[in-house]
Design a protein around this ligand. Sequence first.
Ligand SMILES: Cc1cc2nc3c(=O)[nH]c(=O)nc-3n(C[C@H](O)[C@H](O)[C@H](O)COP(=O)(O)OP(=O)(O)OC[C@H]3O[C@@H](n4cnc5c(N)ncnc54)[C@H](O)[C@@H]3O)c2cc1C
Length: 447
Amino acid sequence: MTQTLHIVGGGMAGSEAAWQAANMGVQVVIHEMRPKVKTFAHQTGNLGEMVCSNSFRSDDDEQNAVGLLHWEMRAANGLIMATADKHRLPAGGALAVDREPFAQTVTENLQRHPNISVSYEEVTTLPDDGHWIFATGPLTSSALGQAIQAETGAEALAFFDAIAPILYADSIDMSQAWMQSRYDKGETEEEQTAYLNCPMTKDQYEAFIDALLAAEKTEFHEGETAGYFDGCLPIEVMAERGRETLRFGPMKPVGLTNAHKPDEKAYAVVQLRRDNKLATLFNIVGFQTKMKYGAQTQVLRMIPGLRDAQFARLGGIHRNTFLNSPTLLDAQMRLKTKPNIRFAGQITGVEGYVESSAMGLLAGRMAAAEILGQDLPEVPQDSAMGALIHHITGGAEAKTFQPMNVNFGLFRPVDGLKGGRRGRKDRYKAYTDRAKTVWSEWIRSFT
Ligand SMILES: Cc1cc2nc3c(=O)[nH]c(=O)nc-3n(C[C@H](O)[C@H](O)[C@H](O)COP(=O)(O)OP(=O)(O)OC[C@H]3O[C@@H](n4cnc5c(N)ncnc54)[C@H](O)[C@@H]3O)c2cc1C
């Protein structure tokens, strides 16, 4: 076996991809631009550096989707998880790690591996041949960003995310909200009822604007710019420009009739749009925000119908290079126009250390299997890994695609279980039990 796998970027995803492929017997070269070329967030030349918080979030593999992803990566002999466990810090139910020794251990393990070599250089093109995984992350160098854009088209690569909050459909109070597209637009009934609407009276609107203006906001990181602002203003900035701005923007009440009170004209309407094909998740249209997470949940729960809303992910705006994966990548994360190239990690439109390493793990195994001529069964959709890769490579709505954390809203429902808040504990346990079974079977298919 002489074919080499080239992995560009030795962060969370690239490090895990290299480890997995090398353990399957493939020769791997990691191309990492640091420390020669720096990013505004990384501080060292280590592989697997954590750029900000030192948390891998919840470690609960029965009731939490991130904890389940931990479990699945441990079951697959993941380097990132094993190293995180080794350098674990006390943090209650969360998995926090001692970041310096964590990254040093990741680096040492990769450098010591007989099948891996590391080349410290920036890669600026997408090669036409050879096997490649690009895992260059949210801060992909600008020369490479331009090359990706030239290949995929300007619309298909974003340099910022502008995330509107996403919530679980079953936590919305449908006795207040109703389904209708503005002016009933659309050919089919499905299109005419594509949006979920939450009406506000004048008093509710005024109270909402007051709370929005008073809410605590996060600052931009050093090195981030606000040049993207015009296309996607945060709602609080719109409110600062005038108390009525939102009523003439994302909260305009026109073309809609309240199904519960047809004679009452709403003063403002908040619209939510389906975020996945399963229709288990909805995003709040045009509600990108820099409000701090605690303030965000308080303010958003003031919206009629969202009092008990459970959020799959909260809103934010960050520097973040990511692809429109649902249109560009196949089910194995290969670029459809250049199948010798895979993408992995945050650049594929997942969000977070854990999700990025998870996508690295899959890309590494898939690329190695391809090089070795092994048939790989499809990643089971009912595992956390499968739910996530399925979302980014097809399940998500391509038009509004924004980076995603793993969450139970991405999972196919388990039949026969109670919906709503009461049934949540049993539902989550059923998801995690099912995931562990199918993931273990998938892992066994390698040996
Ligand atoms: C400011 C900031 C704060 C964040 N905070 C958090 C947080 O607190 N928690 C969290 O879970 N996630 C956070 N994230 C997201 C985080 O970056 C990802 O979760 C994770 O690091 C992504 O892993 P990755 O492997 O895709 O990218 P990275 O870990 O960033 O790795 C990409 C690697 O590619 C290298 N590279 C880039 N371009 C090239 C090139 N052309 N040639 C060669 N090498 C290249 C980079 O140097 C880097 O080492 C943050 C992101 C940013 C930008």
